[in-house]
Every structure is written in C-alpha cells, then in structure tokens.
Design a protein around this ligand. Structure first.
Ligand code: MG
Ligand code: ZN
Length: 235
C-alpha cells in the first residue's frame, strides 16, 4: 500500500512510466492530505488535541505515552491509537492504564496514513476525549510524509541510537514541533555528545521544543508534561 508499492512499477518501468509514477505519488499524498484535513476538522469540532508521535523502533514512544497518561489522566481525558506492523503488544500496555485504545496493524506498511486513522476513530469516544496520542509505526523516514490530522508532530530520539541521527535523518528532525531525547539515564555509559546532537537539531529546526528525558527514571518528564499542557490549553 501507499508510496512503497510503486517501487515495483519504477523497477519495471520505461522512461514514460517513470513520469507517470511521479504523478501517482503526488496523487497519493494529496489524497492523504485531504483526509488528514477532514480528520483535523473532526478533532477541532470535538475539541480533541492530537499528537502524532514518531520515532525509530525502540526509542520509547510507548513509554513516553505511558508516562504522559500517568501524569495527566486525572486532569485530561486521554485516548490512544497504536500503530504497529503487527501485534497488540503496545495497545495491551496502554489498556492496562485504563484509557481507551485502538490498535492499528498496518500489515506491513511502515507508517500510518490519514485513512487508517479515520477508520480507527469511530472506535474511540471522541466526545469524551481531550487529548489523543497517536503512536506511529517505528520509522524515521516516511511517517513525516503522511499527515494524520494532528496538531503537533512529536519526535522521540534516544541516546543509544547515537548523536549523529539529526545529520543522517534530517527530514524528521526538520518538521517536528517537539523533540524528546529519551534514555538520558544511559548517557554516562555511551559515547553520545549532547552538544553535537543539539547543534545538528538546531541547524535543522531552531524553534523545536527540546526535552531530554528518561522514561525509566522519570527525569525531565515533568518539563515535557508542563509544556504539553500549555500547548493543549492554548489550542
Ligand atoms: Mg511502541
Ligand atoms: Zn512508510
């Protein structure tokens, strides 16, 4: 599905087909954009503030979502959409916290798109939701090309991934509104140059809100929560 199925066409294509392929990709993205705008209208109508949480596999998306739910569930009504290629492991973790959660299994696709979210929405109590956290599929590349209707794009990087990631994956670092650097409790064990990492981020996205956190120890999580509540209120 999506943009990736078209690679086969490219591989088999003539020059003429190559031009056609580019136009199809554009059509897919503009169709996605249209559905994303419909999702966004629905969120605004229902007063739901929506985050699209993106990261590489294992960076701590589900862990930060868990921390956020624990910190805010007495103040905000929270819902979650979990995107994964397979399994309900993450949705099961969220369900244990007692908030409504829907698992989307993409069946191989490496990102969520606006239509997958649209299909999931009727299974959530949007009229009784203030904050919807959408966990995208673990991937640093294509999730940025597919808007879901979110108000904020959230990225989680983690220290074991290395301090060079802003330089190697500039696309995602450029477009996000907020960046959490998770697993800072591991910094003493790693050769991770925090200044080098931050310089890379700042060159791409000088306005990004940046939070060094440890979902394991809880360090830095309160700063993220305070910022999120403020953004939620201002919306
Ligand atoms: Mg996860
Ligand atoms: Zn993808």
């Amino acid at each position: 599905m999506g943009i990736h199925g078209l690679r086969r066409w490219h591989a088999n294509g003539t020059q003429g087909r190559h031009i056609l392929k580019v136009e199809i990709v554009k059509d897919i993205l503009s169709a996605n954009e249209q559905i994303a705008q419909e999702n966004r209208r629905l969120f605004d109508e229902k007063g739901v503030f929506v985050l699209n949480v993106m990261a590489a596999p294992g960076a701590g998306k589900t862990s930060l979502i868990e921390r956020t739910i624990e910190a805010l569930r007495d103040r905000l009504r929270i819902g979650v959409i979990e995107g994964d290629v397979a399994s309900t492991i993450d949705a099961d973790r969220i369900a244990r916290l007692g908030v409504p959660v829907v698992q989307i299994n993409t069946g191989g696709a490496c990102h969520l798109d606006a239509n997958m979210v649209r299909v999931a929405l009727p299974r959530l109590p949007l009229d009784e939701t203030d904050l919807l956290l959408i966990e995208n599929v673990g991937n640093l590349i294509c999730p940025t090309s597919f808007a879901l209707g979110e108000h904020l794009k959230v990225m989680i990087a983690s220290t074991p991934e290395g301090d060079d990631k802003p330089y190697k994956y500039p696309g995602m670092f450029s477009v996000v509104d907020v960046l959490a650097l998770n697993k800072v409790d591991l910094l003493p064990l790693l050769e991770f140059d925090l200044d080098y990492f931050r310089r890379g981020v700042e060159a791409l996205n000088p306005d990004v809100a940046f939070f060094p956190v440890s979902c394991k120890t809880g360090k830095g999580v309160q700063e993220w929560i305070d910022w999120l509540v403020e953004r939620c209120r201002a919306s």
